[in-house]
Design a protein around this ligand. Structure first.
Ligand SMILES: NC(=O)c1ccc[n+]([C@@H]2O[C@H](COP(=O)([O-])OP(=O)(O)OC[C@H]3O[C@@H](n4cnc5c(N)ncnc54)[C@H](O)[C@@H]3O)[C@@H](O)[C@H]2O)c1
Ligand SMILES: [Zn+2]
Ligand SMILES: [Zn+2]
Length: 347
């Protein structure tokens, strides 16, 4: 089969590789019907995630059709259409029993396209298939379902819920890529008074407006801190959601919040960021950070099916599977191309 293979920082290739095979009786093999690229894949290609080694197939989001199952798999069968979640769950370890699947101790967690071969391929092996896939419901397109593999649960759990967004809040979202936009979409469910989106790319800020941001700030030419202070009578935002993953945006997020406020870090960081405890210690702040667990996937699926969340809004570009190299170029140059989520489908 063909797959998108990582060959060290800055290097990747769509190339011929062996087909995946069942390795454990809890595995399934899934034919990839729709797949996408994540900001985290761009971090990997920058060299920010050293656990990803030369030869690894990237990708941790897919919708596909089951082609083989191990003897212990009970919930899915050959021919079923499934969502392959970015988080794999053994289902029985201490963390899985608490719904903290991202921290799975039994061989799961974020492993696809990280510690084992991922979804940017014609076929993918999915470990612990019973607890790591979701049956595709009728009436939701492959593309829309795909948005539940990572971005929607990530923005909602690690941004909105960890940040405890409440009615009337001023929510500042730093970074308006797919993850920041998903945090905006999730925040809207809680009726904030204002959502402020901050990014350096005008194309992303236009998207933020379309997703419901009330105020957009381009911090390459505007002072985001001054604007948020002015909006909040000098206090600062109730919640700041960091959705970039560089030191400057973490430090900005921490500066943006009011005393008693919350910083919810979502970004994947490759270098140390400074925590200004000399300013923050007296402000009663809460700072959270984490890997998505995907415990909210069923809730978000209900919201999509009920029409309260429009997952299709994220999808800006379509490609065939063998156009992966172009799809990376378009996604990696989002400031110019206006790309949010690029979807690749088998022809
Ligand atoms: N914690 C998790 O479980 C989890 C899961 C998925 C993704 N992520 C991370 O979330 C982050 C966002 O993902 P994405 O897919 O939206 O990425 P993305 O690269 O598409 O978007 C990042 C956005 O940040 C903006 N940006 C860059 N530097 C900035 C700055 N100094 N000030 C303001 N804006 C700036 C860019 O213009 C871009 O719009 C990444 O770090 C990704 O790795 C985390
Ligand atoms: Zn991701
Ligand atoms: Zn587990």
């Amino acid at each position: 089969m063909r797959a998108l293979v990582y060959h060290g920082p800055g290097k990747k290739q769509w190339e011929e590789v062996p087909d995946p095979v069942l390795q454990a009786d809890t595995d399934a093999i899934v034919r990839v019907d729709a797949v996408t690229i994540c900001g985290t894949d761009l971090h990997i290609l920058k060299g920010d995630v050293p656990a990803v080694t030369d030869g690894r197939i990237l990708g941790h989001e897919a919708v596909g059709t089951v082609t083989a199952i191990g003897s212990a798999v009970k919930n899915i069968k050959v021919g079923d259409k499934v969502l392959v979640s970015c988080i794999t769950a053994c289902g029985s370890c201490r963390y899985c029993r608490e719904g903290s699947y991202g921290q799975c101790l039994g061989g799961g967690g974020w492993i696809l396209g990280h510690l084992i071969d991922g979804t940017q391929a014609e076929y993918v092996r999915v470990p612990f298939a019973d607890t790591s896939t979701y049956a595709a419901p009728a009436g939701v397109s492959d593309e829309n379902l795909l948005m539940l593999a990572d971005i929607l649960p990530t923005g909602y759990e690690v941004g909105v819920l960890n940040g405890t967004v409440r009615p009337g809040d001023v929510v500042a979202v730093v970074g308006a890529g797919p993850i920041g936009l998903s945090a905006i979409m999730g925040s809207k469910l809680y009726s904030p008074s204002h959502i402020v989106a901050i990014d350096m790319a005008d194309a992303r800020l236009e998207a933020a407006k379309a997703f419901g941001a009330d105020i957009v700030i381009n911090n390459s030419r505007e002072d985001a801190l001054a604007a948020v202070k002015e909006l909040t009578g000098g206090l600062g935002a109730d919640v700041a959601i960091e959705a970039v993953g560089v030191p400057a945006t973490f430090e900005l997020s921490a500066a943006l919040i009011r005393p008693g406020g919350h910083v919810a870090n979502i970004g994947v960081h490759g270098t140390p960021a400074t925590l200004h405890l000399e300013e923050l210690w007296i402000k009663n702040v809460t700072i959270t950070t984490g890997l998505v667990d995907t415990y909210s996937t069923p809730t978000l699926l209900s919201l999509i099916r009920g029409g309260s969340l429009d997952a299709g809004k994220f999808i800006t570009h379509h490609f065939g599977l063998d156009e992966f190299m172009s799809a990376y170029d378009v996604f990696g140059n989002a400031a110019d191309t206006g790309a949010l989520k690029v979807v690749l489908t088998r022809s």
